[in-house]
Design a protein around this ligand. Structure first.
Ligand code: ZN
Length: 408
Protein backbone atom coordinates (compact mmCIF):
# COMPACT_ATOMS: atom_id res chain seq x y z
CA UNK A 1 0.00 0.00 0.00
CA UNK A 2 1.31 3.40 -0.93
CA UNK A 3 1.51 6.16 1.62
CA UNK A 4 0.41 9.62 0.59
CA UNK A 5 3.96 10.88 -0.03
CA UNK A 6 4.73 7.93 -2.30
CA UNK A 7 1.41 8.36 -4.09
CA UNK A 8 2.06 12.04 -4.67
CA UNK A 9 5.50 11.36 -6.10
CA UNK A 10 4.19 8.50 -8.24
CA UNK A 11 1.47 10.77 -9.64
CA UNK A 12 4.09 13.39 -10.32
CA UNK A 13 6.32 10.91 -12.13
CA UNK A 14 3.38 9.60 -14.16
CA UNK A 15 2.30 13.09 -15.00
CA UNK A 16 5.81 14.02 -16.13
CA UNK A 17 6.22 10.88 -18.20
CA UNK A 18 2.93 11.16 -20.03
CA UNK A 19 2.92 13.36 -23.09
CA UNK A 20 0.19 15.96 -22.91
CA UNK A 21 -3.07 15.04 -24.64
CA UNK A 22 -2.47 17.91 -26.99
CA UNK A 23 0.90 16.53 -27.98
CA UNK A 24 -0.42 13.06 -28.77
CA UNK A 25 -3.09 14.44 -31.08
CA UNK A 26 -0.85 16.89 -32.86
CA UNK A 27 1.31 16.21 -35.89
CA UNK A 28 4.20 18.36 -37.04
CA UNK A 29 3.90 19.42 -40.67
CA UNK A 30 7.18 18.71 -42.42
CA UNK A 31 6.99 21.97 -44.38
CA UNK A 32 5.63 24.71 -42.11
CA UNK A 33 6.86 23.00 -38.92
CA UNK A 34 3.61 23.80 -37.09
CA UNK A 35 1.96 21.27 -34.83
CA UNK A 36 -1.53 20.76 -36.19
CA UNK A 37 -4.46 18.50 -35.41
CA UNK A 38 -4.99 15.27 -37.31
CA UNK A 39 -7.93 16.69 -39.25
CA UNK A 40 -5.54 19.16 -40.92
CA UNK A 41 -3.79 16.33 -42.78
CA UNK A 42 -6.25 15.03 -45.35
CA UNK A 43 -4.16 14.92 -48.45
CA UNK A 44 -1.47 12.57 -49.65
CA UNK A 45 1.77 14.46 -50.16
CA UNK A 46 4.17 13.26 -52.83
CA UNK A 47 7.66 14.06 -51.52
CA UNK A 48 8.65 13.95 -55.18
CA UNK A 49 5.93 15.95 -56.95
CA UNK A 50 3.66 14.22 -59.41
CA UNK A 51 4.77 16.29 -62.40
CA UNK A 52 8.16 14.59 -61.95
CA UNK A 53 6.55 11.15 -61.70
CA UNK A 54 6.39 11.07 -57.87
CA UNK A 55 3.24 8.93 -57.97
CA UNK A 56 5.45 6.09 -59.24
CA UNK A 57 8.11 6.41 -56.54
CA UNK A 58 8.18 3.88 -53.67
CA UNK A 59 5.54 4.32 -50.94
CA UNK A 60 8.06 5.72 -48.46
CA UNK A 61 7.98 8.91 -50.58
CA UNK A 62 4.21 9.31 -50.15
CA UNK A 63 3.50 11.12 -46.92
CA UNK A 64 0.64 12.06 -44.63
CA UNK A 65 2.68 14.66 -42.79
CA UNK A 66 2.14 17.76 -44.93
CA UNK A 67 -0.77 19.87 -43.71
CA UNK A 68 -3.60 20.66 -46.13
CA UNK A 69 -2.67 24.34 -46.24
CA UNK A 70 0.95 23.61 -47.23
CA UNK A 71 -0.17 20.95 -49.69
CA UNK A 72 -2.41 23.47 -51.45
CA UNK A 73 -0.25 26.61 -51.34
CA UNK A 74 3.11 25.01 -52.04
CA UNK A 75 1.66 23.28 -55.10
CA UNK A 76 0.75 26.61 -56.65
CA UNK A 77 3.66 28.79 -55.54
CA UNK A 78 6.58 26.37 -55.19
CA UNK A 79 5.95 23.36 -57.44
CA UNK A 80 4.34 25.71 -59.98
CA UNK A 81 7.26 28.15 -59.89
CA UNK A 82 9.53 25.29 -60.87
CA UNK A 83 7.39 23.27 -63.28
CA UNK A 84 6.03 26.28 -65.20
CA UNK A 85 9.45 27.81 -65.81
CA UNK A 86 10.40 27.93 -69.49
CA UNK A 87 13.09 25.25 -69.55
CA UNK A 88 11.46 22.83 -67.08
CA UNK A 89 8.07 22.96 -68.81
CA UNK A 90 9.66 22.44 -72.23
CA UNK A 91 12.13 19.78 -71.15
CA UNK A 92 9.40 17.73 -69.46
CA UNK A 93 7.42 18.24 -72.67
CA UNK A 94 10.14 16.48 -74.67
CA UNK A 95 9.69 13.37 -72.50
CA UNK A 96 5.97 13.29 -73.33
CA UNK A 97 6.45 14.12 -77.01
CA UNK A 98 8.30 10.86 -77.68
CA UNK A 99 5.53 8.65 -76.35
CA UNK A 100 2.42 10.56 -77.33
CA UNK A 101 1.43 7.75 -79.71
CA UNK A 102 1.52 5.10 -77.01
CA UNK A 103 0.58 7.12 -73.93
CA UNK A 104 -2.96 8.37 -73.54
CA UNK A 105 -1.69 11.94 -73.18
CA UNK A 106 -1.65 14.57 -75.87
CA UNK A 107 1.46 15.65 -77.71
CA UNK A 108 2.74 18.74 -75.87
CA UNK A 109 3.19 22.23 -77.26
CA UNK A 110 6.50 24.02 -76.77
CA UNK A 111 6.32 27.35 -74.96
CA UNK A 112 8.17 30.08 -76.84
CA UNK A 113 7.35 32.90 -74.42
CA UNK A 114 5.55 36.24 -74.54
CA UNK A 115 5.21 38.15 -77.80
CA UNK A 116 5.10 41.92 -78.12
CA UNK A 117 1.99 41.65 -80.34
CA UNK A 118 -0.95 43.94 -79.69
CA UNK A 119 -4.05 42.36 -81.21
CA UNK A 120 -7.50 43.96 -81.50
CA UNK A 121 -9.22 44.51 -78.14
CA UNK A 122 -6.13 43.58 -76.12
CA UNK A 123 -5.55 46.08 -73.32
CA UNK A 124 -2.62 46.68 -70.96
CA UNK A 125 -3.80 43.85 -68.76
CA UNK A 126 -3.46 41.29 -71.56
CA UNK A 127 -0.52 39.45 -73.08
CA UNK A 128 -0.11 37.26 -76.15
CA UNK A 129 1.93 34.10 -75.68
CA UNK A 130 3.44 32.06 -78.50
CA UNK A 131 3.57 28.27 -78.55
CA UNK A 132 4.87 25.84 -81.11
CA UNK A 133 3.09 22.65 -82.17
CA UNK A 134 4.89 19.32 -82.71
CA UNK A 135 5.13 19.82 -86.49
CA UNK A 136 5.90 23.52 -86.40
CA UNK A 137 2.33 24.78 -85.91
CA UNK A 138 2.00 28.28 -84.47
CA UNK A 139 -0.30 28.85 -81.50
CA UNK A 140 -1.05 32.24 -79.95
CA UNK A 141 -2.75 32.52 -76.57
CA UNK A 142 -4.22 35.87 -75.57
CA UNK A 143 -4.75 35.93 -71.81
CA UNK A 144 -4.68 38.14 -68.73
CA UNK A 145 -1.22 39.27 -67.65
CA UNK A 146 -0.11 37.85 -64.31
CA UNK A 147 1.99 40.18 -62.17
CA UNK A 148 2.63 37.74 -59.33
CA UNK A 149 3.39 34.65 -61.48
CA UNK A 150 4.83 36.40 -64.52
CA UNK A 151 7.28 33.62 -65.43
CA UNK A 152 4.65 30.83 -65.53
CA UNK A 153 3.98 29.22 -68.91
CA UNK A 154 0.27 29.88 -69.51
CA UNK A 155 0.12 32.52 -66.75
CA UNK A 156 -1.52 32.24 -63.34
CA UNK A 157 -3.07 28.75 -63.23
CA UNK A 158 -5.77 29.83 -60.77
CA UNK A 159 -6.84 32.74 -62.94
CA UNK A 160 -6.70 30.50 -66.04
CA UNK A 161 -9.51 28.39 -64.56
CA UNK A 162 -11.54 31.45 -63.58
CA UNK A 163 -14.92 31.91 -65.23
CA UNK A 164 -14.07 35.54 -65.93
CA UNK A 165 -11.04 34.52 -67.99
CA UNK A 166 -11.49 35.77 -71.54
CA UNK A 167 -8.52 33.84 -72.90
CA UNK A 168 -8.56 32.87 -76.55
CA UNK A 169 -6.09 30.71 -78.46
CA UNK A 170 -5.48 30.79 -82.22
CA UNK A 171 -4.11 27.71 -83.95
CA UNK A 172 -2.27 27.84 -87.28
CA UNK A 173 -1.36 24.69 -89.18
CA UNK A 174 2.20 24.26 -90.44
CA UNK A 175 3.18 22.91 -93.83
CA UNK A 176 4.09 19.60 -92.19
CA UNK A 177 0.80 19.25 -90.33
CA UNK A 178 -0.78 17.33 -93.18
CA UNK A 179 1.94 14.67 -92.88
CA UNK A 180 0.50 13.65 -89.52
CA UNK A 181 -2.84 15.28 -88.81
CA UNK A 182 -3.42 12.91 -85.90
CA UNK A 183 -0.36 14.33 -84.16
CA UNK A 184 -1.51 17.90 -84.75
CA UNK A 185 -5.02 17.07 -83.56
CA UNK A 186 -3.61 15.44 -80.42
CA UNK A 187 -1.57 18.56 -79.61
CA UNK A 188 -4.40 21.03 -80.31
CA UNK A 189 -7.02 19.00 -78.45
CA UNK A 190 -4.81 18.45 -75.44
CA UNK A 191 -3.56 22.01 -75.11
CA UNK A 192 -4.72 24.39 -72.34
CA UNK A 193 -6.80 21.56 -70.92
CA UNK A 194 -7.27 22.85 -67.41
CA UNK A 195 -7.90 26.40 -68.51
CA UNK A 196 -10.91 28.34 -69.70
CA UNK A 197 -9.80 29.14 -73.23
CA UNK A 198 -11.80 29.60 -76.39
CA UNK A 199 -9.83 27.74 -79.04
CA UNK A 200 -10.08 28.88 -82.65
CA UNK A 201 -8.66 27.21 -85.74
CA UNK A 202 -7.04 30.10 -87.57
CA UNK A 203 -6.00 28.36 -90.78
CA UNK A 204 -8.18 26.50 -93.17
CA UNK A 205 -7.52 22.98 -94.22
CA UNK A 206 -9.85 21.48 -96.75
CA UNK A 207 -11.74 18.62 -95.25
CA UNK A 208 -10.56 19.35 -91.70
CA UNK A 209 -13.34 19.84 -89.16
CA UNK A 210 -12.42 22.45 -86.48
CA UNK A 211 -14.21 20.34 -83.85
CA UNK A 212 -11.77 17.49 -84.49
CA UNK A 213 -9.07 19.84 -83.23
CA UNK A 214 -11.11 20.96 -80.23
CA UNK A 215 -11.77 24.35 -81.84
CA UNK A 216 -14.84 26.58 -82.17
CA UNK A 217 -16.06 28.83 -84.97
CA UNK A 218 -14.41 32.29 -84.91
CA UNK A 219 -16.50 35.37 -84.13
CA UNK A 220 -15.86 38.93 -85.40
CA UNK A 221 -13.10 39.61 -82.87
CA UNK A 222 -11.38 36.33 -83.68
CA UNK A 223 -11.48 37.09 -87.40
CA UNK A 224 -9.93 40.52 -86.81
CA UNK A 225 -7.17 39.04 -84.66
CA UNK A 226 -6.50 36.21 -87.11
CA UNK A 227 -6.04 38.72 -89.89
CA UNK A 228 -3.41 40.60 -87.86
CA UNK A 229 -1.69 37.36 -86.87
CA UNK A 230 -1.58 36.13 -90.48
CA UNK A 231 -0.02 39.37 -91.51
CA UNK A 232 2.57 39.16 -88.72
CA UNK A 233 3.38 35.52 -89.48
CA UNK A 234 3.83 36.33 -93.18
CA UNK A 235 6.12 39.22 -92.17
CA UNK A 236 8.21 36.70 -90.24
CA UNK A 237 9.28 39.19 -87.58
CA UNK A 238 7.26 38.34 -84.49
CA UNK A 239 9.46 39.04 -81.51
CA UNK A 240 9.03 37.34 -78.18
CA UNK A 241 10.88 37.02 -74.93
CA UNK A 242 11.06 34.50 -72.12
CA UNK A 243 10.14 35.89 -68.70
CA UNK A 244 12.61 34.53 -66.16
CA UNK A 245 12.58 34.54 -62.39
CA UNK A 246 16.17 33.80 -61.41
CA UNK A 247 15.15 32.30 -58.04
CA UNK A 248 12.37 30.07 -59.44
CA UNK A 249 14.08 26.90 -58.12
CA UNK A 250 15.35 27.80 -54.64
CA UNK A 251 12.15 27.23 -52.69
CA UNK A 252 11.43 24.10 -54.75
CA UNK A 253 14.78 22.46 -54.01
CA UNK A 254 14.36 23.16 -50.27
CA UNK A 255 10.90 21.56 -50.43
CA UNK A 256 12.25 18.51 -52.28
CA UNK A 257 15.04 18.12 -49.70
CA UNK A 258 12.49 18.35 -46.86
CA UNK A 259 10.16 15.77 -48.41
CA UNK A 260 12.87 13.30 -49.43
CA UNK A 261 14.80 13.84 -46.18
CA UNK A 262 11.75 13.06 -44.05
CA UNK A 263 10.90 10.03 -46.21
CA UNK A 264 14.36 8.62 -45.61
CA UNK A 265 15.24 9.66 -42.05
CA UNK A 266 11.81 9.95 -40.43
CA UNK A 267 11.02 12.24 -37.51
CA UNK A 268 14.66 12.65 -36.35
CA UNK A 269 15.18 14.64 -39.56
CA UNK A 270 12.76 17.27 -38.22
CA UNK A 271 14.91 17.85 -35.11
CA UNK A 272 18.01 18.94 -37.03
CA UNK A 273 18.99 22.64 -37.19
CA UNK A 274 19.79 22.09 -40.87
CA UNK A 275 16.15 21.05 -41.47
CA UNK A 276 15.10 24.37 -39.95
CA UNK A 277 17.40 26.10 -42.43
CA UNK A 278 15.72 24.19 -45.29
CA UNK A 279 12.35 25.40 -43.99
CA UNK A 280 13.65 28.96 -43.92
CA UNK A 281 14.65 28.47 -47.55
CA UNK A 282 11.24 27.07 -48.42
CA UNK A 283 9.44 30.03 -46.84
CA UNK A 284 11.84 32.66 -48.19
CA UNK A 285 13.17 33.45 -44.73
CA UNK A 286 16.76 32.48 -45.49
CA UNK A 287 19.41 35.18 -45.40
CA UNK A 288 23.00 35.15 -46.56
CA UNK A 289 24.15 33.24 -43.49
CA UNK A 290 21.93 30.26 -44.36
CA UNK A 291 23.86 26.98 -44.28
CA UNK A 292 21.73 25.58 -47.13
CA UNK A 293 23.91 24.86 -50.13
CA UNK A 294 22.86 23.86 -53.60
CA UNK A 295 23.70 24.16 -57.25
CA UNK A 296 21.11 25.53 -59.70
CA UNK A 297 20.60 24.01 -63.14
CA UNK A 298 22.30 26.77 -65.06
CA UNK A 299 25.51 26.39 -63.06
CA UNK A 300 25.48 22.60 -62.93
CA UNK A 301 27.56 22.01 -66.02
CA UNK A 302 30.26 24.24 -64.62
CA UNK A 303 30.22 22.56 -61.21
CA UNK A 304 29.68 18.93 -62.11
CA UNK A 305 31.47 18.90 -65.46
CA UNK A 306 31.50 15.50 -67.13
CA UNK A 307 29.82 13.89 -64.10
CA UNK A 308 26.53 15.53 -65.21
CA UNK A 309 26.36 12.94 -67.95
CA UNK A 310 26.21 10.07 -65.44
CA UNK A 311 23.65 11.53 -63.05
CA UNK A 312 20.69 11.21 -65.38
CA UNK A 313 19.08 9.47 -68.32
CA UNK A 314 17.83 10.95 -71.59
CA UNK A 315 14.14 10.23 -71.16
CA UNK A 316 13.74 10.10 -67.39
CA UNK A 317 13.67 12.08 -64.18
CA UNK A 318 16.41 10.87 -61.84
CA UNK A 319 16.70 11.69 -58.17
CA UNK A 320 19.97 10.61 -56.65
CA UNK A 321 20.37 10.51 -52.87
CA UNK A 322 24.03 10.24 -52.11
CA UNK A 323 26.49 10.63 -49.26
CA UNK A 324 29.17 13.19 -49.83
CA UNK A 325 31.65 13.09 -46.95
CA UNK A 326 29.46 13.48 -43.85
CA UNK A 327 26.48 15.02 -45.62
CA UNK A 328 23.69 13.66 -47.77
CA UNK A 329 22.83 15.40 -51.03
CA UNK A 330 19.90 15.17 -53.39
CA UNK A 331 20.56 15.56 -57.09
CA UNK A 332 17.61 16.11 -59.41
CA UNK A 333 18.12 15.47 -63.10
CA UNK A 334 15.58 15.92 -65.88
CA UNK A 335 16.43 14.29 -69.18
CA UNK A 336 20.19 14.36 -68.49
CA UNK A 337 20.44 18.03 -69.43
CA UNK A 338 18.88 19.82 -66.45
CA UNK A 339 20.48 19.13 -63.10
CA UNK A 340 20.10 20.65 -59.64
CA UNK A 341 21.56 19.57 -56.32
CA UNK A 342 21.12 20.48 -52.69
CA UNK A 343 22.55 19.34 -49.37
CA UNK A 344 19.66 17.49 -47.71
CA UNK A 345 21.09 16.47 -44.33
CA UNK A 346 24.17 16.96 -42.23
CA UNK A 347 26.07 14.62 -39.97
CA UNK A 348 24.01 15.45 -36.85
CA UNK A 349 21.19 13.15 -37.90
CA UNK A 350 23.47 10.26 -38.73
CA UNK A 351 23.97 10.73 -42.40
CA UNK A 352 25.64 7.33 -42.44
CA UNK A 353 22.28 5.67 -41.92
CA UNK A 354 20.71 5.66 -45.34
CA UNK A 355 18.09 2.89 -45.62
CA UNK A 356 19.32 -0.68 -45.47
CA UNK A 357 20.54 -1.83 -48.84
CA UNK A 358 21.10 1.76 -49.98
CA UNK A 359 24.01 2.70 -47.72
CA UNK A 360 26.00 3.79 -50.76
CA UNK A 361 23.22 5.90 -52.19
CA UNK A 362 19.92 5.56 -53.94
CA UNK A 363 18.77 6.36 -57.48
CA UNK A 364 15.04 6.93 -57.90
CA UNK A 365 14.35 6.77 -61.63
CA UNK A 366 10.97 8.02 -62.78
CA UNK A 367 9.24 7.94 -66.14
CA UNK A 368 6.14 10.13 -65.64
CA UNK A 369 5.29 9.70 -69.34
CA UNK A 370 5.10 5.90 -68.89
CA UNK A 371 3.57 6.02 -65.38
CA UNK A 372 6.52 3.91 -64.21
CA UNK A 373 9.44 4.18 -61.86
CA UNK A 374 12.11 2.08 -60.16
CA UNK A 375 14.82 2.39 -57.54
CA UNK A 376 18.40 1.18 -57.83
CA UNK A 377 21.34 1.48 -55.49
CA UNK A 378 23.61 4.27 -56.63
CA UNK A 379 26.46 1.84 -57.49
CA UNK A 380 24.02 -0.26 -59.59
CA UNK A 381 22.82 2.90 -61.33
CA UNK A 382 26.39 3.91 -62.12
CA UNK A 383 27.17 0.41 -63.38
CA UNK A 384 24.15 0.67 -65.66
CA UNK A 385 25.32 4.04 -66.92
CA UNK A 386 28.78 2.65 -67.64
CA UNK A 387 27.29 -0.43 -69.34
CA UNK A 388 29.15 -2.62 -66.89
CA UNK A 389 26.16 -4.53 -65.52
CA UNK A 390 22.94 -3.13 -66.91
CA UNK A 391 19.59 -3.30 -65.18
CA UNK A 392 17.23 -5.15 -67.51
CA UNK A 393 14.15 -3.48 -66.04
CA UNK A 394 15.67 -0.05 -66.55
CA UNK A 395 16.77 -0.89 -70.10
CA UNK A 396 13.20 -1.91 -70.96
CA UNK A 397 11.79 1.33 -69.56
CA UNK A 398 14.38 3.38 -71.44
CA UNK A 399 13.42 1.63 -74.67
CA UNK A 400 9.71 2.31 -74.09
CA UNK A 401 10.44 5.96 -73.25
CA UNK A 402 12.50 6.47 -76.39
CA UNK A 403 9.31 6.23 -78.45
CA UNK A 404 7.66 3.68 -80.72
CA UNK A 405 10.04 4.14 -83.67
CA UNK A 406 13.12 3.03 -81.80
CA UNK A 407 11.19 0.28 -80.04
CA UNK A 408 10.29 -1.41 -83.33
ZN1 ZN B 1 2.13 22.89 -43.14
Amino acid sequence: MLCLGELASSILVTWLALPSIEETLMTECIYCGLDKEADQFNTLEHAIPQFLGGAHAPDRFKLRTACDECNRDLGLFVDGSFSKTWWVTNWLGTLWAKVYATSKKAAPLTWLGLTTLRLPEMDDGDVCEAWLGPLGEAVFLVRAKSERLYWYAGGDPIWARNKASKARAYFFFAKNSKLDLELTASAFLGSFRRQRVKKVLASELIGADPAKFGCKEPDGLDRARIEVLRHEIAGGAISFGVPVNSTYDQRFMCKLALGVGYSIFGSRFLRSPYTKALRDGLWNRADESSPVRGVPALAADRIFGPVTEFMGLDDAVCIIVQRVKDEVCVVLNIGRKLIWSIVMAQSDIGASTLPAGYEDGMAIILFPQLAKGLVLTFPDFLAHQLNAVGSQQLSELQLAASGPKKAN
